[in-house]
Design a protein around this ligand. Structure first.
Ligand SMILES: Cc1cc2nc3c(=O)[nH]c(=O)nc-3n(C[C@H](O)[C@H](O)[C@H](O)COP(=O)(O)OP(=O)(O)OC[C@H]3O[C@@H](n4cnc5c(N)ncnc54)[C@H](O)[C@@H]3O)c2cc1C
Ligand code: SF4
Length: 506
């Protein structure tokens, strides 16, 4: 009679780390790994082809690394005729065939997936152990304790994380005696800084990835985007090279131009590390340590390095904490009672508004837009238009290479759409076309003028619609007072134009 398996380790597509808690105590003789490419996960929302290729290619490379290490891997490929295409059925199949004593999984990055695994194991009567995810600095329990009885804001959380983990700290104080260098980090691009730009290292597909590309092009031919220029890291070794490349060539200017946008440059000085981090090919500690060492050896300035550490140790951990603290209710929050759908051009970039067209170009080609494009172009326009926050998040999940529920939801629904009514941030990120004109060269190539374009029209209309709510928020007073300076005729014109824009996009 075949011996029963001791533990079956379930490795999800965003858990590609051989040192994760799932492998603690792993015994090659008695344990095995299960990995699944299932259609349900690839279609529960439409997905950009680049995102699909990234996941499947990275999973297959990780599988090969495990096998090379003598680990028994039960891998179900998307094109396998026996694939049942759902996690519950695939798990049931493994449990039936391998009869493990226990299933082990690291906490999934998606509440829906965690519930589904818990339920499946309960129905099958098989023991399930969910292990905490060591990829992160702050566990959901620690975050809940820090939030107890107060509204935890990013700045306080971030300072605690810096102090606790000794990152950029000098004799108990923040390096440079300041926690925050945001003021130095708001430079727009000019011709000279544009010339200095270095493109991120490109990782042309190898044979394994090319096979995935063919499969995705065949099975998911109606999905958005194209696989043609796929060049993301799909192996840990390449993710480490991508990190070195960022530290060497873009980190020194990361801070100064963090909020800038410019025509034809999807990456600017950004790291393009989010997909490697989110699939756990790279540990955030590795990224932070390299950045801090670059500061210590004088290669990068403090404002750049602090800006990067703030993103990774601050924002990234903070949004995850918010996600687990507030799920499942969080996903349906809609504080401003928005009602609109995501505009059709968000999928294609087919619009005469240059800011949105430019941001969508990188998105359609690479499934990527940098933070300010996400927040102050796509996010801003949706907020002003009144897109249902969950719909905006679902669009984001579809189109971005790095989107996972725990990180997309608080950023998209919370930070950018104010759907959570102020949990993520104390005010909505709303601005007129003048902001985009200040931080980019988009308006120069646009058929509209920033003082009267759709962004500006919708901005004043947004303030007018929500002035009662925001007039008591001290951080919104400046904007509300500006609105109140407008004469009635101008307000009426903006109202009519806003209605026309909405009708045109419906
Ligand atoms: C509407 C909206 C949706 C977003 N959805 C996602 C998402 O699904 N996945 C995702 O990884 N990031 C998301 N972000 C955060 C951020 O925009 C991306 O992490 C970043 O643009 C990825 O590109 P990069 O690696 O070049 O980042 P860089 O600008 O180089 O930043 C370095 C790293 O910091 C981390 N980081 C920075 N800001 C954030 C943040 N707000 N939340 C979490 N991590 C952060 C990322 O890991 C990133 O790789 C979203 C932001 C907005 C405004
Ligand atoms: S003028 Fe308005 S619509 Fe055109 S690029 Fe500038 S902000 Fe965007």
């Amino acid at each position: 009679m075949a011996m029963r398996l001791r533990n079956l380790i379930l490795v999800l597509g965003d858990q590609l780390d051989g040192n994760s808690a799932a492998f603690d105590g792993f015994d090659r003789k008695h344990d095995a790994v299960a990995m699944h490419e299932v259609r349900q996960e690839a279609t529960y929302i439409r997905q950009h082809k680049v995102r699909l290729v990234l996941f499947f290619a990275a999973m297959r490379h990780f599988r090969d690394e495990l096998i090379a290490n003598g680990i028994n891997v039960h891998y179900r490929a998307i094109s396998d005729p026996e694939n049942t295409h759902t996690f519950p059925l695939e798990i049931a199949d493994k449990v039936r065939r391998l009869d493990p004593h226990k299933l082990i999984v690291v906490r999934p990055g998606d509440y829906r997936v965690r519930q589904s695994i818990v339920e499946t194991c309960r129905n099958l009567g098989v023991e399930l152990e969910i292990r905490e995810d060591r990829h992160f600095f702050c566990s959901p329990d620690e975050f809940a304790a820090l939030s107890e009885g107060k509204h935890l804001i990013l700045e306080n959380f971030y300072r605690r994380m810096r102090a606790k983990h000794g990152m950029l700290m000098e004799r108990g104080k923040p390096a440079g005696n300041r926690w925050n260098f945001d003021k130095e980090n708001r430079r727009p691009m000019n011709a000279a800084s544009k010339k200095m730009l270095a493109q991120p290292l490109s990782f042309p597909p190898d044979a394994v990835t090319r096979e995935v590309i063919d499969t995705v092009d065949q099975i998911f031919k109606d999905s958005p985007g194209s696989t043609q220029s796929f060049d993301y890291p799909v192996r840990r070794a390449d993710a480490l090279r991508a990190l070195d490349d960022f530290i060497a060539h873009r980190l020194p200017n990361f801070g100064a131009f963090q909020d800038a946008m410019t025509v034809g440059e999807p990456y600017m000085y950004h790291s393009r590390l989010s997909s490697s981090l989110n699939l756990h090919m790279l540990h955030p500690r590795e990224a932070i340590d390299e950045a801090v060492q670059a500061y210590e050896r004088g290669h990068a300035t403090l404002n750049s390095v602090e800006g990067f550490v703030r993103q990774v140790l601050g924002w990234r951990e903070f949004v995850r904490g918010i996600y687990w603290l507030h799920m499942p209710g969080y996903q349906d929050m809609n504080a401003l009672q928005a009602e609109s759908a995501v505009p059709a051009f968000y999928w294609t970039g087919d619009t005469d508004m240059n800011c949105l067209r430019q941001a969508a170009r990188g998105l359609v080609d690479h499934a990527y837009a940098h933070h300010i494009q996400r927040l102050m172009v796509f996010g801003l326009f949706s907020l002003l238009l009144g897109v249902v926050p969950r719909k905006f998040h679902e669009w984001h999940m579809s189109m971005f290479v790095d989107s996972i529920d725990w990180v997309s939801l608080p950023n998209a629904l919370g930070m950018s759409q104010y759907g959570d009514g102020g949990i993520m941030g104390t005010k909505p990120y709303c601005a007129s076309g003048n902001y985009i004109n200040k931080m980019s060269d988009y308006c120069r190539g646009c058929r509209y003028k920033p003082t009267s374009c759709p962004v500006t029209v919708l901005y004043y209309n947004f303030l007018e619609r929500h002035q009662e709510r925001f007039q008591t928020n001290p951080r919104m007073l400046f904007q509300i007072n500006n609105l109140r300076r407008l004469d009635q005729n101008t307000l009426l014109r903006f109202r009519r134009e806003a209605d026309t824009i909405r009708e045109g996009l419906a």
